[in-house]
Structures are given as C-alpha cells and as structure tokens.
Ligand binder design. Sequence first.
Ligand code: BYC
Length: 329
Amino acid sequence: MYAQMVKSTGLGVKSRDEMSPEEARFQDRIDAGDKIEPKDWMPEGYRATLIRQIAQHAHSEVVGQLPEGNWITRAPTLERKAILLAKVQDEAGHGLYLYCAAETLGVSRDELTEALLSGEMKYSSIFNYPTLSWADIGAVGWLVDGAAIMNQVPLQRTSYGPYSRAMIRICKEESFHQRQGFDIMMKMANGTEAQRRMAQDAVNRFWYPSLMMFGPSDKDSVHSAQSMAWKIKINTNDELRQKFVDQTVPQAHYLGLTIPDEALAFNEDTGHWDYSEPDWSEFYAVLKGNGPCNDERMAARKTAWDDGQWVRDGLLAHAEKRAHRTAAE
Ligand code: BYC
C-alpha cells in the first residue's frame, strides 16, 4: 500500500522543468520555509513519504515499549521502577501523537496497524535486539534515545505542520529519557566491578545497532534526496550518524567505558571522530525480519491487537447506537 507507493520516489528528484505548475508552486512554498497543513494541496509522493516515515516512527515508539517493559518488574529500586514506567508510558503517548499526525494525511490508525502486522510497514531496527540486563536499560536510554533525539531535533523543523508540532513535544520528553539512561550508566559504570562489566557489555551490544538507527549510508539511502528536497528530512543519515558519534564518544570517556571500535580516532583535520561503519548485512537481515527478536516483537503486537478487538467492537457499537439515537430525535 503506502510503503510500496513511495518506492518510486527513490528513483530521483524532479527538476523544475519536469514539475507540473502545482508541483512547482508547492516546491516554492517548501523552499520559502512554509509549513504544509493537512488541507493544502500536496504531491501524492509527498503524502505517501510522510505516511511511511511518520507511521514507521509511530510503530517504533509502540514496539519500543517492549524491550523496556521487560524490565519494569525487575527494576532494582522503587524509584527506578517509577521512572521506567513513566518513560514507557511516554513512548505510548509518542506513538499516539504520531498516529494522529499520520491520520491527518488520510489514512486510519487501523490501516497503519494492519500494515505493520502484515509486514508491509517497518519499525526501527533497534527494537529487534534484546535487553538482557539492567545495564541495557541504561544503554537504551543513553544510546538509543540519544540517537533518537539526534534524528528528531531537526525533524521539529520538518515541512509538514502536524508532524513538526508532534516532534516538538516528543523531543522535550526524549531528553528526559536520555538523561535517565545516562544516570543509570553513571551508577553502573561507577559501581562494583560486576556492574561496570555489565555496563561495558551493554555498550558492546548496543553501539552498532544504535548507529544503524540512522538508516543506510547516504550512498544507499533510497529516499533521502527527495525527502530533503521536500524538507521532510533536514539532514542526511550519515550527517546525523556522525553528529551522534561526536557527541557520544566523550560521554563514553566520561563514564570510563570503551566504544567497541578499534578504528575509532579523533581526526584533527576534520574535527570529527572517525569510526567503523556498522555491518550493513546485519542491518538488512534485521529489516527482512531476521533479527534476534523480530518474531517475538511482532507476536506481541499481534496479540495486543487481537486482544483489543472487543474494545474496538464496543466503541463502534456505542458510536452506532448514538448515531441512531441522534437520527431518531
Ligand atoms: N530501521 O532511504 P532510507 C524512537 C528503511 S526509535 C528500520 O534512508 P528514510 C524511540 C527505510 O524505511 C526511532 N528501517 O529511508 C526511541 C527504507 O525502507 P522502505 C524511530 C529502516 O526514510 C526509544 C530503507 O530502509 N525514529 O524514536 O529516508 C524508545 C531505506 O532507507 C531504518 C524514526 O522513525 C531503521 N533504522 O530514512 C522508543 C525517525 N533506517 O520504507 C522509541 C523518523 C532505514 O523504503 N524517520 N530504514 O521500505 C527517519 O528519520 C527516517 O525514516 C530514517 C530513514 C532516518 C529512519
């Protein structure tokens, strides 16, 4: 459906000469920094690209609750449990804002959920990795939410109004998430030898999957050129990945932890950290459904959807009853 419709946009960005008058006027608005609102005219490719990206993001927020929810009952103190509960609830809220933003483009939340469950739509690769220890919850907050913020702060300036407004609210909450993760890492890294080892092990397992969150390298990114021309995306995948590495390496040093990359080195000429690329064959395998937890995550979402059927049926029956009552008055 929508995911397939937008594949073609990867084929190239239209030049001015190739644009219809409506498309040229639309591009002028984008270039002038206007926000596009739901009732405005927009090219079908713009609409489809937004639906794909916003829904993929919404699905990621919802699926992202699963690896963290796994630790709510096992958080080491009551305070940590309350903080983690609040964070996981925030993720559900982020999913809802984003589904609402996608709905303004003419697609229903039910359709989007069905597209996720049929495998037609994706969610972030990162959530197909397991959270094996309490330190993983620290690493998820520090690295995964850290990567998410790096990607999402520029999206506050995205050209589609409802998406931009949803991102402003989400980013405020994400920065709390990142800090709670770093706080856990500080405790673990400065704790007993066993705790320090757990913290290092978590970094070893989450480093490359976090780098993969930014998407394939620019040369392999199908959608970046068109999405940037439409200002749906503000930066390329590699630009954001580099910013994330530059921000995170000093934080790892502060924690006394090692980034699992022997080639990592500060480059005096560029002013950036040189790093090794993730194993992209692993990334594509995870996208195809072959990551460590893909089946488990999809099964959990399917059960939640099936278990909620009676609620949706009840709400529909109630709405129909009210409509009949109003019609009879
Ligand atoms: N995972 O042409 P490209 C979070 C797909 S979690 C899965 O570069 P694009 C959170 C891509 O969809 C973060 N798939 O694509 C944190 C495309 O396939 P299709 C969620 C990926 O869209 C903590 C193909 O690869 N954030 O917030 O221009 C707790 C080619 O890629 C991934 C967002 O979604 C991936 N990592 O750029 C809870 C942010 N990367 O669709 C939640 C919004 C790429 O053609 N999204 N693909 O079949 C974006 O900024 C962009 O969509 C991306 C990819 C940078 C992710």
